[in-house]
Design a protein around this ligand. Structure first.
Ligand code: G3I
Length: 365
């Protein structure tokens, strides 16, 4: 047999080439430092994240991270009206049920978001024509069917989401502010909020029921309106257990304002859920934005501060802190504002950011 027959020569050459390429390749970057610290173990209250069902289904890295880091999960989109009742009286619980199974298997608390909102509505609701009785029936059927389906499976609901206007603290009303008004207020009258809580409670008496809204940390008028609303519901004996303070903030958020708002909310005696926390780093929409070390540090300090002040909430009122999704790659902010931004404690490669460590420190004290 010739020494260099094709049969032996080609594989040998290939091996030599691969060996040589391996030797000349740049050294692989050091893996990111890993440690065992988790958000859920740092806090004395639940720490959660809003979860995307597609990522949960299709991405093991995502589901493992959620499982390791968080003790609570919120449904980001799958329980909204358009997802659950896309056509009249046709309910789709497939994605929500998937989340329930995940939560049960991983021993996570499940917070359901949301029953009534002026957004995420299917066209059949937007175009619905009927008298007030027909509207009430649509509204009641939706709430009761959805809350009853998840009875005993979710710990809590955002029953009504974002009902109050930013500009004057009155209820959104489609007649007054068509672009951002509420179809519910228009067709059902101002007391639709109370009835939403009653219907939800009748369908699932053990679920904790929340009013959820944004801007409470920067808009004093809106904060006061929310406090007046929930206090009045409470005084009337309407079954409301808590307030969701969304906290879509940025690195310039004023610490004193956040603390003052939290203290006012504590005074209601209701549970307080920081329900949608994210901290934007490019609020000016800079198209050439670079996420520098100082900005990383500022974001980390802000996460730490938010968690730190939440520790001042009396234990019985601490429903927990939830971030709005998990990693920078999953956040609604870059998509919604069409800009670069990095608002969450994990980067798009699922690595812990400085923000993670700031958050962790704040959760501890
Ligand atoms: O998945 C589809 C994709 O297939 C399609 O190509 C694309 C085209 O627009 O849409 C994708 O769905 C989008 C979905 O987010 C998934 O990313 C929807 O259009 C979009 O409307 C939806 O936005 C959600 C938004 O609420 C409206 O429901 C965001 O994910 C969600 O983070 C955001 O969450 C809200 C809270 O519910 C209430 N508080 C504010 C918060 C942020 O806006």
């Amino acid at each position: 047999m010739p020494l260099f027959s094709n049969r032996y020569f080609l594989p040998a050459m290939l091996a030599a080439l691969l060996f040589s390429a391996a030797c000349h390749k740049k050294p692989a970057p050091m893996p990111a430092p890993t440690d065992d610290a988790t958000l859920q173990s740092a806090a004395s209250f639940p720490v959660g994240a809003a979860i995307s069902v597609d990522l949960l289904r299709n991405n093991v890295g995502y589901s493992s991270l959620v499982s390791a880091q968080f003790s609570s999960i919120t449904t980001e989109n799958v329980l909204k009206f358009d997802a659950v009742e896309p056509a009249e009286n046709q309910f789709n619980f497939t994605d929500g049920d998937y989340m329930v199974t995940f939560a049960v298997q991983r021993h996570k608390r499940l917070h359901a978001h949301n029953l009534i909102w002026h957004q995420a509505l299917p066209n059949w609701v937007i175009n619905f024509s009927g008298d007030s009785l027909a509207w009430e029936n649509l509204f009641k059927t939706h709430i009761e069917t959805e809350a009853a389906h998840y009875k005993g499976e979710v710990a809590s609901w955002d029953v009504v989401n974002e009902a109050i206007r930013d500009d004057d603290g009155t209820l959104r009303n489609q007649d007054v502010n068509p672009g951002d008004g509420s179809i519910w207020r228009r067709h059902l009258g101002a007391d639709y909020i109370a009835r939403a809580f009653q219907y939800a409670h009748e369908a699932d008496p053990n679920a904790l029921l929340f009013y959820n809204d944004y801007g409470q940390e920067w808009n004093g008028q809106k904060l006061n309106a929310i406090i007046a609303l929930v206090s009045s519901l409470k005084n009337r004996g309407i079954p409301i257990d808590g307030i969701g303070m969304q906290m879509h903030i940025d690195i310039n958020a004023d610490n004193n304002n956040m603390l003052a708002a939290l203290q006012k909310l504590i005074a209601t005696g209701l549970k307080i859920h920081i329900s949608e926390l994210d901290i934007a780093v490019n609020p000016g929409n800079d198209p050439n934005f670079v996420f520098t070390d100082p900005l990383n540090a500022a974001q980390s300090a802000k996460f730490q501060y938010v968690a730190h002040i939440y520790n001042t909430v009396p234990t019985a009122q601490q429903y927990g802190i939830t971030t709005w999704n998990v990693t920078d790659g999953d956040s609604w902010i870059p998509w919604f504002y069409n800009r670069k931004d990095y608002p969450l404690p994990f980067d798009a490669n699922y690595h812990k950011k400085q923000a993670f460590y700031g958050f962790l420190t704040g959760l501890k004290n």
